[in-house]
Write a protein that binds this ligand. Structure first.
Ligand code: IMP
Length: 404
């Protein structure tokens, strides 16, 4: 079975969870490799909606190991709440969960620091999810953070905590709470790179599930309006602990329009009335924070850049159905002056496509699509230069057209 990386090609919320969930039956493990519970992956199975923030989207598949890699930052309380929530629904996640001992921990004060900084920044705030991601990654890079391996060893935990800056917190209380959380995590803590090597020796398929999107990447995104980790496909190697030769395919998820939450440049952002209509049609509210997402038209230069940064083998185009009922659909086909150093200075050149009014949710083949929808998909594929392998026409698992 192949080793596949799934990444968001825009600013996150492209619908990665649904694609990972659909591919999960053919792999032995789904691995998260960066980010943390800033993500929100919505899965709809049999009409029932489940939002996962930290657990990999293979969670609902009985055979699938759910692996949290070394590059993820883990809020242990959030992880345990998610495990309990799924267990209560009858999902046997406890048997299938694995966590890297070297993954860093989001400590109790990290969300507070995150929120305080954002409030202090006022109009210049990044618009973070306030989940403590940036302070946790900062502590990791500054070499003063705690890792999951520390949490599960009471003596190591006590020693590390003595050195950690925990202003305003009672050290004994923090120690007790973290030791409790660590005791619950202990059965799942493993050497993830070794586990992945073992799966590969057995010829098992592995799926690496990205969080956020390409333009939130700390190096390649719209810095400083980015998240604190690398979100591009290459990060799967470093964040999980496999070499680049292990990756067979990279699937990029692209929404049929574009959304972003938080501040930062957005070249194709559309007028408020159009944005409001598409937001309502697409349910475009943050899965983690509930914030209304900003909405824009499909941006070909962004996708071409994404294809280059991620080495995309194929694209899954999501939420095509949301565009139904628009009589005209503008698409940025290029930027006047080319790709700018700062996306705030991008000058999109639009082409307007004709819309369609038919409900797409029953379409299962290319031939089922209205002519105008087919023309839209074909034009995007040609302009990006990467095959569109799947098209999403509704929220459920089977609302998908397989174009391979
Ligand atoms: P942080 O990751 O919470 O530090 O937030 C940094 C930026 O990334 C903000 O603009 C967030 O809105 C954005 N962000 C973080 N996680 C997600 C996600 O899963 N989807 C979309 N945007 C995200």
């Amino acid at each position: 079975m192949p080793t596949v990386v799934v990444v968001g090609t825009q600013w996150g919320d492209e619908g990665k969870g649904k694609v990972v969930d659909a591919l999960a039956p053919s792999v032995a493990a789904v691995v998260r490799f960066q980010g943390g519970n800033n993500a929100g992956h919505t899965l709809v199975v049999g009409g029932r909606k489940t939002v996962l923030h930290l657990l990999p989207s293979g969670a609902l598949h009985d055979h699938c190991l759910c692996i949290i890699g070394p590059g993820v930052v883990v809020d242990p309380a959030v992880l345990l709440a998610e495990v309990d929530q799924l267990s209560a629904l009858g999902v046997d996640i406890e048997r299938r969960l694995r966590i890297a001992s070297s993954a860093h921990v989001i400590l109790p004060w990290h969300p507070h620091v995150d929120r305080q900084r954002e409030v202090a920044a006022g109009a210049h705030a990044i618009g973070t999810t306030h989940r403590g991601l940036s302070p946790a990654y900062e502590d990791k890079v500054a070499r003063r953070g705690l890792r999951i391996g520390d949490l599960i060893s009471p003596s190591r935990l006590a020693a590390k905590l003595t050195m950690a800056p925990i202003d305003g917190y009672d050290r004994a209380e923090v120690l007790e709470r973290l030791a409790e959380l660590g005791a619950r995590l202990r059965p799942w803590v493993v050497d993830v790179p070794e586990l992945l090597a073992e799966l590969r020796r057995k010829g098992e398929g592995i799926l690496f599930e990205g969080a956020q999107g390409t333009f939130l990447d700390v190096d390649h995104g719209t810095w400083p309006y980015v998240t604190s980790s690398n979100t591009v496909a290459g990060a799967a190697c470093a964040g999980a602990g496999v070499g680049p030769t292990a990756i067979d395919q990279v699937i990029g998820i692209a929404k049929a329009y574009v959304t972003r939450v938080g501040g930062g440049p957005f070249p194709t952002e559309c007028a408020p009335d159009v944005a409001e209509a598409l937001r309502a049609a697409g349910g475009e509210f943050g899965a983690t924070t509930g914030r209304p997402r900003r909405i824009g038209w499909f941006d070909v230069p962004l996708l071409r850049r994404s294809a280059l940064l991620n080495g995309l083998s194929a694209i899954a185009l999501s939420k095509l159905d949301v565009l139904s009922t628009r009589s005209e659909i503008p698409v940025a086909m290029s930027y006047d002056g080319g790709w700018p150093e700062d996306l705030a200075f991008a000058r999109p050149v639009y082409r307007t496509f004709g819309g369609w009014t038919r409900d797409l949710s029953a379409c299962r083949t290319r031939a089922d699509l209205p002519h105008a929808a087919r023309a839209y998909v074909d034009a995007l594929q040609e302009a990006i230069g990467v095959p569109i392998a799947f098209v999403g026409v509704g929220p459920d698992r089977d609302h998908t057209i397989d174009l391979r």
